[in-house]
Design a protein around this ligand. Structure first.
Ligand code: IVH
Length: 669
């Protein structure tokens, strides 16, 4: 019996050590924080029940990981410790109770309450106010010298400002990558086919532990202080809260979320408030830290193994959890786009239970090297849709994910145009899935706004073959609806009335309702205002269309292709025959703008002018700016290295302006 407990303890230690290596040394965690915390907790519980098996080598007794050989080592003059955790108000009460017992104090304790920043712990050493050295936490006693890298972080002062700066001062805090910067960085990395980071914390750690500080300099890192290590040749206040304010006065960054709290209720209130604010912060936090504010009490309480007795972290619900990928389904969207969707063993993450997650496209499956049966890390950061960020290699039995070549709904061929990430079913309105989506979209609030025609009803109507396309809605009768499941006489009446009512609409809503690819409500409105009639839009050429705000080459092509399809024309004719109508649009009063009606094309590289700004100025003066040259073009502005558009303009005898001439022209109004 005890032997098997020892075996279990040893196995847990080995497991945790392997994870420590992946996390601290490789910056590439193999499990989620939540899972790691569970392992540490079970090991700690076993060691507590069986003190005979305690060992100084246990990961419960150490902090972080060993230093990378490539960096010089720095021995911390004062150890950099970790924090214990509480996971509930009860555990917080126990923590406070333990402190009060130890201090033989029954008075309400004051805590400095701080966000627990999810980044990488750093020690900054200032001498005579100058930053002379920066080190990672490493294993707590020896860290890595990252001075050159840290000096590239823009919000870390190289020189402190203000009065009474101690001769030697060690500032401790966290290096993070702000969330928006992380997304931008990852987006860029993935579009360059290089590897992104799983989360902002990894991005911060991976960016800081670079051997070439030029690389670190290009990474959008930031630093926030949370404490002080060594102090020599100067005096500090005896309150943690005031010490942090003092750091701020000397020019060190501090988050806005540090407050004082008295007793457990105020601590829990601070926890709840910060948790609510979590989604609005531009840095990731994984909890809140309660620290006894009085430094004298901190000193009295001291440390155990790897953490202080005077502080604890209260973790927020994890934003990353791991679970099993059970299957992958392929969904067909309104425009035929095939989206792989991961079917997951349900897991509670970021405050909700997640059982499905979009995998976006085939490239994403490839990038993640995903297989059915994999253990995967699911991430659901505050209010963001859940995502699979990583497949854990070597886990469980695995089955390849096979992207279908024919549509799972209508069996038509699936095509993927070269250079496009999305594969599409070629079935068009022949495909029941696309039909359903097209009808749902037609009926939706911003389009025809047919109240009562929700997703479920549309699915029933299509499955029962009562409708095949949006125009069929207008032939439905109450008698046809009544027998359907969950629809009674009243609902049927209401629905038919709503269908009749929707016939009175606007041109913009009608255009939107047609569901042309990439034509959203703003574009539909612009098209209606520009062309005034449906006929005008249908007859427009690509060049005409490109003169409309928001419409570029691709959208113009989608519009022309849409109206060219016979099946779309049939639906439009049927819709108009069912008396869908809209008020005539009056042309906007043509103000006497100096460039009204003139069509410009900008091409080549403009040296001193921002192309978008030039476009906006031209439009504000009444001109249209088009993407392609035709006989209707009035001016082509040719920057450096202008190519085919310039030659076409010359062939057609269109006036060509240089950038300088454009600037002069614009300045003349
Ligand atoms: S105090 C002696 N305060 O959490 C106390 N740590 O789990 C040591 N952390 O290594 C740390 N925010 O990287 C402290 N406001 C905060 C923190 C914080 C984030 C990190 C830090 C530390 C780890 C401990």
């Amino acid at each position: 019996m005890t032997e098997s407990i020892l075996k279990k303890i040893i196995a847990l230690r080995q497991q945790i050590q392997a994870h420590n290596h992946a996390y601290y040394t490789l910056d590439e965690p193999s499990i989620t924080d939540a899972e790691y915390d569970r392992l540490i907790r079970s090991l700690r519980a076993l060691e507590k029940q069986h003190p005979e098996y305690a060992s100084p080598d246990s990961p419960t007794q150490s902090v972080g990981g060993p230093v990378l050989a490539a960096f010089s080592k720095i021995e911390h003059e004062m150890a950099m410790l970790s924090l214990d955790n509480v996971f509930s108000a009860d555990e917080l009460n126990e923590f406070i109770q333990r402190i009060q017992n130890r201090l033989k104090n029954t008075q309400e304790l004051t805590f400095c309450v701080e966000p627990k920043l999810d980044g990488l712990a750093i020690s900054l050493l200032y001498e005579h106010g100058k930053l002379i050295r920066a080190a990672t936490r490493g294993d707590g006693s020896i860290g890595e010298d990252v001075t050159h890298n840290v000096k590239t972080i823009k919000n870390i002062p190289h020189t402190l400002q203000g009065d009474a700066i101690p001769v030697r001062l060690e500032v401790r805090g966290e290096v993070i990558m702000p969330i928006a910067a992380f997304h931008a960085f990852n987006h860029q990395a993935l579009s360059n086919d290089s590897k992104g980071f799983v989360n902002p914390r990894n991005a911060a750690a991976g960016s800081l532990r670079q051997l070439d500080s030029n690389i670190t300099a290009q990474r959008p890192l930031a630093f926030y202080s949370y404490g002080i290590g060594i102090v020599e040749g100067g005096m500090l206040t005896d309150s943690q809260f005031q010490r942090l304010q003092q750091l701020k006065d000397w020019g060190l960054p501090l988050t806005d979320e540090v407050i004082l709290a008295q007793g457990p209720e105020q601590c829990i209130a601070a926890y709840t408030q910060l948790l609510e604010k979590r989604a609005q912060l531009d840095y990731e936090i994984d909890g809140i830290v309660y620290k006894i504010d009085d430094i004298a009490l901190q000193e009295q309480l001291g440390f155990v193994a790897r953490a202080p007795r005077w502080a604890t972290a209260h973790k927020f619900p994890a934003q990353e959890e791991q679970t099993q990928l059970l299957d992958v389904e392929f969904q067909v969207g309104r425009t035929g786009a095939i989206t792989p969707v991961a079917i997951l063993d349900p897991v509670f993450v970021g405050g909700v239970t997640v059982s499905r997650a979009s995998l976006h496209n085939a490239d994403e499956i490839q990038r993640l090297q995903l297989k059915i049966g994999n253990t995967v890390i699911i991430r659901r950061a505050a209010d963001v849709i859940p995502q699979i960020v990583k497949a854990i290699p070597g886990s469980q039995s695995q089955t390849e994910i096979i992207f279908p070549t024919t549509c799972p709904v209508c069996n038509s061929e699936i095509e993927r145009i070269e250079g496009e990430a999305i594969a599409r079913c070629t079935g068009g309105l022949y495909c029941a899935a696309q039909r359903k989506q097209a009808i749902k979209y037609f009926a939706s609030r911003k389009a025809m706004n047919i109240e009562g025609l929700g997703d479920k009803v549309v699915e029933q109507l299509v499955d029962e073959q009562l409708i095949n396309n949006p125009a069929d809605l207008f032939n439905l009768t109450v008698e046809q609806l009544i027998p359907l499941e969950r629809i009674g006489t009243k609902k049927a009446d209401n629905l038919i009335n709503a269908i009749i009512q929707c016939k009175q609409t606007t041109l913009a809503k009608f255009i939107l309702a047609l569901g042309i690819r990439e034509v959203g409500d703003a574009t539909a409105k612009n098209l209606a205002e520009y062309f005034l009639t449906l006929d005008g839009i249908q007859k427009a050429t690509n060049e005409d269309l490109e003169l409309v705000d928001d419409v570029g080459e691709i959208v113009a092509r989608h519009i022309v292709t849409f109206f060219r399809q016979n099946h779309n024309q049939e639906v439009i004719t049927a819709l108009l025959a069912s008396d869908i109508h809209w008020p005539e649009i009056q042309p906007k009063e043509q103000q006497a703008l100096p460039l009204a009606g003139k069509i410009f094309v900008l091409t080549g590289a403009l040296a001193h002018t921002d192309r978008n700004a030039a476009k906006q100025t031209l439009q504000a003066l009444g001109a249209k700016v088009s993407g392609s040259v035709s006989k209707n073009t009035d001016y082509v502005v040719a920057g450096a290295a202008a190519g085919s558009k310039l030659s076409k303009a010359q062939d057609l005898g269109i006036a060509v302006l240089t950038e300088d001439e454009l600037v002069t022209l614009l300045a003349s109004f």
